[in-house]
Design a protein around this ligand. Structure first.
Ligand code: EPU
Length: 422
């Protein structure tokens, strides 16, 4: 298995191009199940998760061609016999976001069978809200040998109050409601930019969706949708990760293409830490200078501080002056990076959902690994400021969500390489 080897101590200076957003690309690929014909996405990030979603679409019978630009074609005419309405356990267990095919398949074909994802490294992560919404729209939901089977000839519009503003749950229901009969209202909806992006693309396809980006989304169902061409928004979490790396190394980096309006909570905390952040024409510029101040963080649904940036900020807090308190409120088990950071010399105490970070430790390079994507990213950026050599193992987690992370960091001055192991 590959590993990333980092030698700490270099400032990051220059430009880092930000790739298309993973968490926008995954629902957009699923949305290509809705229209007939060929939908084309540009700025598709080259990530393992995107390849997994493409593989799933092919298993369902769709043609998927290309890499950075992806053309997705529905099975019609003689290809119609390839249509398969099942997402198997083998794929769903490697990527939970596979569940995003449920809404579109039921809306368009009247049924779907998707393996239940089960728990994962960061928490239990049920899909009850996805299913509750589909049931409210008239679907019959049954559980069978680890699979959830959902059936409904034509979904009917409904008012759905989500218990939690789930991101992929909201996306599944948006896609389902786009082709339902009548009006659907999703209350307590997720407000993440990726939900807005999906609504924008569905509207381009001919859907009638209002309110995406707010807590109440209204969808007037239509009878059919048309294929579109669309370029995917930049990845706010990739941008945020590099912003923290730039700050910690006292660097000066332009995050090319990043959108400051997607990063409000992250930018506010960087500024509180004493980092200079400015929106510029080409993206967002981040400059670290003097000492880093301690910052307290509570993860929340958007527009609150994103859970996907918690691990990276914890590393920043390790290098800060004073004590930071971090509360992880989205996932119950998202502190896998803590023991590994401890092995690098960090002083972090966890009690339930709260982590207390005593800053000012000198991080020292070590062999480390994590079982989740953002935790792995935090270990790479810890390596950038640690003394000596850090080896981050199990790089496949990073490859799920960061396109060529080592190349991008190397180009701005980091001493970093990928070592291939057979
Ligand atoms: N939840 C339920 N019931 C549900 C759905 C969710 O109780 O039916 C709970 C979850 O257990 C969790 C909370 O609601 O405690 C929020 O989970 P959410 O459903 O919003 O997460 P998700 O849709 O599975 C997406 C991202 C995650 C990101 C979270 C939170 C994608 C493909 N994934 O997951 O991204 O952490 O939203 O913002 O969009 C990552 O990129 O590293 C990543 C994990």
């Amino acid at each position: 298995m590959d590993k990333i080897v980092v030698e700490g101590g270099n400032r990051l200076v220059g430009k880092i191009p930000i790739s298309g957003a993973k968490n926008a690309a995954l629902p957009l690929l699923a949305a290509a199940l809705l229209p007939t014909g060929t939908s084309t996405y540009k700025n598709v990030p080259q990530l393992a998760d995107v390849r997994t979603m493409a593989k799933l679409l092919r298993m369902l019978g769709w043609e998927v061609e290309g890499t950075k630009t992806l053309a997705i074609t529905a099975p019609e005419g003689k290809n119609r016999k390839k249509l398969k309405l099942e997402a198997p356990y083998d794929l769903v267990k490697t990527m939970r976001a596979s569940v995003l095919v449920l809404g579109p398949l039921v809306a368009r074909y009247g049924r779907a069978r998707v393996s239940l994802p089960g728990g994962c490294a960061i928490g239990a992560r049920p899909i009850d809200q996805h299913l509750k919404g589909l049931q409210a729209m008239g679907a019959k939901v049954t559980l069978d040998h680890g699979y959830v089977e959902v059936e409904c000839k034509r979904l009917k519009g409904a008012t759905i109050m989500l218990d939690v503003p789930t991101v992929t749950g909201c996306e599944n229901l948006l896609m389902a409601a786009a082709l339902a009969k009548g009006r659907t209202v999703i209350e307590n909806a997720a407000r993440e930019p990726e939900v807005e992006e999906l609504a924008l693309v569905l509207n381009k396809m001919g859907a009638k969706i209002q309110g995406a980006g707010t807590a109440v989304i209204t969808i007037e169902g239509v009878d059919e949708l048309s294929p579109i061409e669309h370029s995917i928004i930049p990845d706010r979490i990739e941008a945020g990760t590099f912003a923290v790396a730039a700050a910690m190394t006292r660097g000066d980096v332009l995050l090319e293409g990043a959108r400051a309006e997607h990063l409000d909570a992250v930018i506010a905390k960087l500024r509180a830490a004493g980092v200079t952040v400015a929106a510029e024409a080409g993206g967002v510029r981040v400059r670290g200078g003097g000492d880093i101040n301690a910052v307290d963080i509570v993860t929340q649904p958007h527009p609150g501080f994103p859970t996907d940036m918690q691990a990276q900020f914890m590393v920043l807090a390790c290098t800060a002056r004073g004590q930071s308190v971090i509360k992880e409120m989205i996932f119950e088990n998202r502190y896998m990076h803590v023991p590994e950071l401890g092995r690098m010399g960090a002083d972090i105490q966890i009690s339930g959902r709260v982590a207390v970070v005593r800053g000012g430790s000198t991080l020292t390079g070590a062999s480390v690994m994590a079982t989740d994507l953002r935790a792995s990213a935090s270990l790479v950026i810890a390596g950038l400021v640690a003394t000596g050599k850090t080896e981050v193992l199990r790089v496949y987690h990073l490859d799920r969500g960061y396109e060529a992370i080592e190349k991008k960091l190397k180009a701005v001055g980091a001493k970093i390489k990928r070592v291939k192991e057979t």
